[in-house]
Write a protein that binds this ligand. Structure first.
Ligand code: AMP
Length: 458
């Protein structure tokens, strides 16, 4: 199957060729024909599958075919709403690439920066508007944006928009759209809340699902290191030095944790930078550029700030902390193994994270291979039993496990949600909820051979 077989027009084919795209990815192969027919689409897919091209190419094609009839200043004909600034910028860049020979333009709006450049771009006329919800509503309320000519609407990463508390903003935006439109709805996960939201937006959609397993296990080599919380940084340094890694994206669950890792790496002359919601948009962009240019070897990111990080040839992702939401693991490791590259995802797991690990493995339906041969191995490999500690007994080794329906995920989701809503003035100053120290002292086996994932791959 080629892009031409999918019915894509010449100017877009030319742009795709310039990008080096030879074949459509599965989500593109399945979605593009549906979208070119003008049908609504419910897509269950994560970033890294090629979903941006899957939804933006048909939109560009429709607009290209219709725009000849448009007179005067360009009106917003397509609206793409996405949760974070990084994702918005990324989608805008991709639309520019795919639309450059089709004469279809776009602009990107997001919070945390002055609005004047954005309102100027809007006043000049825009075909495709890519926006985060907060700034979008803000500029709509100020009269800079009218959605009355929108024919194509995309809700991207819907699960994250709900996690980040954007539900009311989304509903207001949807209410302002014309009834007659093509709607596209993408989410990596489909819990009941998302299904309900999608039903309120879509007509009778076609459905396309790219399973996380397909997106992860197939292309990303995964490895697990049991390590105590206090030895994680030592293990990180060890892996970077041992394997001469010159580019790695490291995930930290909290902003404070990310800053701490940067400081610790700095002490051993490993150049690292952090991106998270407490950093200004400029600082985040600079850190990302430095990482892309390989000036910074290690980029430490929190989940929300990392959304949309698109670094080609990213070979390695390290989960310094395991995420408490299993789907986030899939999102994270999707940073590597993108479209045509394969990648490696290494996860550190301390005693308190065993319950998270169990949930992740259940979701991906795969037992992540454990690397035991490293100097910081935490030898307690079995999950502790669920039994609560008896009175007087310290519970410092008990993992923060989820129990029944009332688990700690909802509060953690709220903690995450305040970090970055694509709307700088809403950033929280909280450093997030770092899990308690396990207190387990286990840095024992200095005489063990060291963990070398490069040699293990061969
Ligand atoms: P996305 O899931 O939209 O974030 O895309 C992930 C990455 O895959 C981006 O770097 C795209 O430029 C790239 N990509 C998308 N479609 C293709 C394709 N058909 N061939 C090669 N690379 C692609």
């Amino acid at each position: 199957m080629t892009f031409k077989d999918l019915g894509i027009i010449e100017p877009i084919l030319k742009a795709l060729e310039a990008e080096g795209y030879t074949h459509p990815t599965p989500i593109q192969e399945q979605s593009i024909p549906i979208l070119l027919e003008g049908k609504d689409l419910l897509g269950c897919a994560q970033t890294g599958t090629g979903k941006t091209a899957a939804f933006s190419i048909p939109i560009i094609q429709h607009i290209h075919n219709e725009v000849v009839h448009e007179k005067g200043r360009r009106k917003v004909k397509a609206l793409i709403v996405t949760p974070t600034r990084e994702l918005a910028i990324q989608i805008g860049e991709n639309c520019t690439k795919y639309g450059k020979f089709a004469g279809v333009n776009n602009t990107v709006i997001f919070g945390g920066v002055k609005q004047s450049a954005q309102t100027r771009a809007l006043n000049n006329g825009v075909d495709i508007l890519v926006a985060t919800p907060g700034r979008l509503l803000d500029l709509m309320n100020q009269g800079y944006i009218s959605l009355k000519d929108v024919k194509y609407c995309v809700l991207d990463e819907a699960d994250h928009m709900l996690d980040m508390g954007f539900i009311h903003d989304i509903k207001k935006v949807i209410a302002a759209l014309p009834k007659q439109r093509q709607s596209l709805f993408f989410s990596a996960t489909m819990p009941q809340s998302i299904v309900k939201l999608s039903q309120s937006i879509l007509g009778t959609p076609e459905k396309v699902t790219i399973k996380p397993e397909q997106a992860t296990a197939d292309k990303v080599e995964q490895a697990l290191y049991y390590v105590s919380k206090k030895s994680k940084t030592k293990l990180l340094v060890h892996l970077i030095q041992q394997n001469e890694i010159d580019s790695v994206l490291v995930f930290s669950r909290t902003k404070h944790g990310a800053n701490k890792i940067v400081k610790q790496l700095d002490k051993v002359q490993i150049k690292a930078e952090a991106i998270h919601g407490n950093k200004s948009q400029g600082a985040r962009q600079r850190a990302l550029e430095n990482f892309k240019n390989r000036e910074t070897r290690v980029l430490i990111a929190t989940d929300i700030a990392a959304r949309g990080i698109d670094v080609s040839q990213l070979e390695l992702v390290i989960n310094f902390d395991l995420p408490n939401i299993p789907e986030t693991y899939v999102h994270r490791i999707g940073r590597t193994g993108r479209a045509k590259n394969s990648g490696i995802a290494i996860s550190f797991c301390d005693i308190e994270e065993r319950a998270y690990l169990r949930d992740i493995q259940k979701l991906i339906d795969f037992k992540i291979p454990v690397v035991t041969q490293h100097p910081f191995a935490d030898e307690v490999e079995e999950l502790p039993t669920k039994k609560a500690p008896t009175r007087g007994q310290k519970n410092h080794t008990r993992p923060q496990r989820r129990s029944g329906g009332t688990d700690n995920r909802s509060s953690d989701r709220r903690a995450n949600s305040s970090e970055n809503r694509g709307d700088g003035n809403r950033n929280s100053n909280s450093s997030g909820s770092e899990s308690r120290s396990s207190g387990s002292s286990d840095n024992r086996s200095g005489n063990k051979p060291s963990g070398n994932w490069r040699s293990k791959r061969r």
